[in-house]
Design a protein around this ligand. Structure first.
Ligand SMILES: Cc1ncc(COP(=O)(O)O)c(C=O)c1O
Length: 404
């Protein structure tokens, strides 16, 4: 069957909630994927930063197969051997004290919201049902009904109401606005250190430090969603380490599952997470032995192979290259480590058109919003492949600049 037939078949039965590029992928190895016609593509977006280890990492594959033969799922009705080692590692890496494992990122965000509200009622003595969580404009934290309730994208919410109350929006990167928005009912500030889906938006330097101080001063939990920025993606193990703060809550996902399984976590202080009681929260697959085994190995590889340093070096290389280009279609270059956004001038070219042109030349990435191209390859990408991709990107941008 050819790609056109696969695309038609999928479109017939699958809800059209995505707009995929017209390529049908069948295999992946390292930073490369292959389509059903046998064409190879360099993966420059790694499943929205989830495939940091590359496709089919041999050590992850080995752990996956070994654990699959031992034990995969029991639910949390029983104790298993994988949760403690994984959480111990996450706690030690993050500087927090306890964790709760879930599957998708959105579930871990939901977990954080529930934990923060419970802490607000039981520790901060907020009156019943009045807890507020402050969020940033342009946020992306997932797609559940509660999470979209505080999205600033009208399309994410349209016809999905009634929405969940209890959220207050402030501009991203504005610490004064945060201080002003806090009331005695505020239990948490939930924010991404760098907004990924919002267009790879970098806050002003020093903002996170100020935010941490404001939160501490007002007894508000600072909860960082590092589902996209965590686990070496931005050039340090967690993005918060760029500013030397430790949050009160940390949400992880994506690359935690090694690009193989959904695995997410909410980490926090004992004071917060010990308030969870049997029956208050749960998930059948959350913390399953298969995901825990893969997750622990995924962390080990990130540390051992110094992928944070590599992300920083390669990210700086990409940015230096992009800054050296002088094309009218380039409006702005933003990013940290291997999470880079190239903002284009929509009057000259759309990000989607550039993604299609790159695809035709063997490079896969996807736009975020209409105008930003995401450059976020697997962290294991080879330097030579990255150099070739940058040359191709230069050619594509040159062509689009000529046609105007
Ligand atoms: C910062 C952030 N939070 C939450 C999510 C949601 O994760 P998931 O798609 O696994 O539910 C994403 C996904 O892109 C994300 O980037």
């Amino acid at each position: 069957m050819k790609s056109g037939a696969y695309i038609k078949a999928e479109q017939k039965v699958c809800a059209p909630n995505y707009r995929p590029l017209p390529v049908v992928l069948e295999q992946g190895k390292g930073a490369w994927v292959t389509d059903v016609e046998g064409r190879q593509y360099l993966d420059m977006m790694s499943a929205y930063s989830a495939v940091s280890h590359g496709h089919a990492h041999p050590e992850l594959y080995q752990i996956l197969c070994g654990q699959a033969q031992k034990l995969t799922l029991t639910s949390r009705a029983f104790y298993t051997t994988g949760i403690a080692p994984l959480l111990k590692r996450l706690i030690s890496l993050s500087g927090l004290e306890m964790g709760l494992l879930m599957n998708t990122g959105a579930e871990a965000v939901e977990t954080a919201i529930k934990a923060a509200r419970r802490w607000g009622y039981q520790v901060k003595n907020i009156p019943d049902n009045q807890a507020e969580i402050i969020v940033a404009a342009g946020n992306f934290h997932g797609r559940t009904t509660t999470v979209i309730s505080f999205s600033s994208e009208p399309d994410y919410k349209k016809d999905f109401g009634p929405l969940t109350p209890g959220f207050k929006e402030i501009p991203f990167g504005d610490s004064k606005a945060l201080e002003k928005a806090i009331t005695p009912h505020t239990c948490a500030f939930l924010v991404e250190p760098i907004q990924g889906e919002g267009g790879i938006i970098i806050p002003p330097q020093g903002w996170l430090k100020e935010v941490a101080e404001i939160c501490r001063h007002h007894q508000v939990l600072l909860i960082l969603d590092e589902i996209q920025t965590g686990l070496c993606r931005t050039g340090s193990f967690f993005a918060f380490q760029h500013e030397g703060v430790v949050p009160d809550g940390l949400i992880l996902g994506k690359a935690l599952g090694g690009g193989i399984l959904p695995l997410s976590a909410f980490l926090s202080h004992r004071e917060v997470l010990s308030l969870m009681t049997p029956g208050s929260h749960g998930s059948t697959f959350g913390g399953n032995p298969l995901a825990c085994a893969v997750g622990l190995k995924a962390l080990e590889i990130l540390e051992r192979d110094r992928l944070a340093e590599k992300a920083m070096t390669f990210g700086n290389k990409i940015k230096a290259f992009l800054y050296s280009l002088d094309f009218p279609c380039i409006k702005e270059i933003r990013g940290e480590g291997l999470l880079i956004g190239l903002e284009l001038d929509p009057a000259i070219v759309t990000a989607h058109d550039v993604c299609i042109a790159l695809m035709k030349r063997g490079i896969l990435t996807k736009e975020t919003h209409e105008t930003v191209i995401r450059l976020a390859p697997p962290l294991i990408i080879e330097e030579k492949d990255l150099d070739d991709a940058l040359q191709t990107l230069q050619e594509v941008l040159r062509e689009f600049s000529k046609t105007k």
